[in-house]
Design a protein around this ligand. Structure first.
Ligand code: ZN
Length: 388
């Protein structure tokens, strides 16, 4: 038995999706139009939700019977940039070599979507429950786009009974991931001649002390937990990634900005972490700054929020994915995905997709064709199950 769709079709579809250079900062509408056209023959019901500028869209498509439940296959359409990376081939033209497909987005994560699109035509007429495809924008910049898609589901009165997010897990079932909060902190000081430094407020030094406190928090979590050893990094992490301030050594800098993040275990409360850090700033740093200059201080804005995922291994979707992949793992990963937003909306969600996160975001990103075959086998079994 071989309903239409084969490894060749899947690989061809991966090539088509990768050819749309959907870097997060750019529009994804051409890809969305292409998917909509592809789904037209399947009599799909398609809902789009847009970003504020209408340059990017989420797509939610339902194929098969129009009942309210069904399963969601979910993926993001955006990819990370390629600038500054030494690629051996054109990142937006899939190159097949030595059992691998090279191209931006092959692992993270256009292959999962492509394989689903290649297989659906062979099953759509026999489906007994709906299959939903959920394609989002702006995942790579903090899982920002999918929120609108999920809000729209409530309006559409769609209540899927489960969701699989096809991020690269090497086709292992993943039931939990860390949450993430990212912030931008701007420090306002008072400029001055460095010979008169005590009469000014040094924003770079204040920022350095605040960053050092974040580092102390990071060490505390590393050394004292709490721990969940099912995660590859078994504790909450704190990280500062960007800092900017100062112009010349003989000027006391009046501005400094830095970006930092918490990546927390499902059991750790990110509100408590940020509150602890703010309390240190409020009690230890700002009084000294304001004694010199009343307007000096810290301003913090949240850049993004990804809730932690903590799906029970007992849920039906977890059991189904374990059964159909033939892998009894219930993995936990450190990176965030859109799964937790589906989960928070009441849709039991697991992460399982082809390729490896090790190859994501790097030059010469690739997916092994063996992984494409493994995902195809899994999705065939899933779709077959949904025809019963
Ligand atoms: Zn991804």
């Amino acid at each position: 038995m071989n309903p239409s769709g084969s490894l060749t079709d899947s690989i061809a579809m991966i090539g088509k999706l990768v050819a749309f250079p959907t870097v997060s900062r750019d529009s994804n509408l051409e890809l969305i139009d292409f998917v909509r056209e592809t789904l037209r023959d399947l009599d799909a019901e398609v809902r789009l939700t847009f970003d504020d500028d209408r340059r990017k869209a989420n797509l939610f498509a339902t194929v098969g019977p129009r009942s309210r439940n069904g399963l969601v296959l979910s993926g993001h359409t955006d990819v990370v940039p390629v600038e500054g990376q030494a690629w051996d081939t054109d990142p937006f033209t899939v190159a097949e070599k030595d059992g691998r497909l090279y191209g931006r987005g092959t692992s993270d994560m256009k292959s999962f979507i492509a394989i689903a699109l290649a297989l659906l035509p062979g099953y759509v007429s026999r489906l007994k429950q709906p299959v939903h495809l959920a394609l989002s924008y702006d995942e790579e910049v903090g899982c920002i786009g999918v929120g609108r898609l999920i809000e729209d589901l409530a309006r559409a009165d769609v209540r899927p009974s489960g969701c699989i997010v096809g991020e690269p897990t090497y086709m292992k079932p993943v039931i939990a991931h860390k949450g993430k909060r990212s912030f931008r902190c701007s420090v306002r000081g008072l400029a001055g001649h460095s010979a008169y430094a005590p009469r000014a407020v040094n924003a770079v030094e204040a920022a350095a002390e605040a960053v050092a406190y974040l580092k102390r928090m990071a060490r505390r979590h590393r050394d004292a937990g709490p721990y969940d050893h099912s995660f590859d990094i078994p504790h909450t992490t704190v990280h500062t990634g960007v800092i900017r301030g100062g112009t010349a050594l003989n000027i006391v800098p009046h501005e400094c900005t830095f970006d930092f993040e918490f990546r927390h275990l499902p059991g750790d409360d990110p509100e408590r972490l940020i509150a602890e850090w703010k309390s240190y700033i409020g009690s230890e740093l700002e009084p000294e700054m304001r004694a010199v200059h009343a307007e000096a201080g810290f301003e913090v804005v949240q850049l993004s929020e990804i809730p932690a995922l903590d799906t029970s291994a007992e849920t039906r979707i977890a059991g189904l994915v374990q059964e159909l992949t033939g892998n009894a793992d219930a993995g936990k990963v450190s990176y965030g995905t859109e799964a937790s937003q589906f989960q928070r909306a009441g849709i039991p969600t697991v992460v399982c997709g082809p390729g490896s996160i090790d190859q994501a975001h790097k030059p010469n990103e690739f997916i092994a064709t063996e992984q494409v075959a493994a995902c195809e086998k899994f999705l065939r079994a899933l779709l077959e199950r949904m025809t019963a």
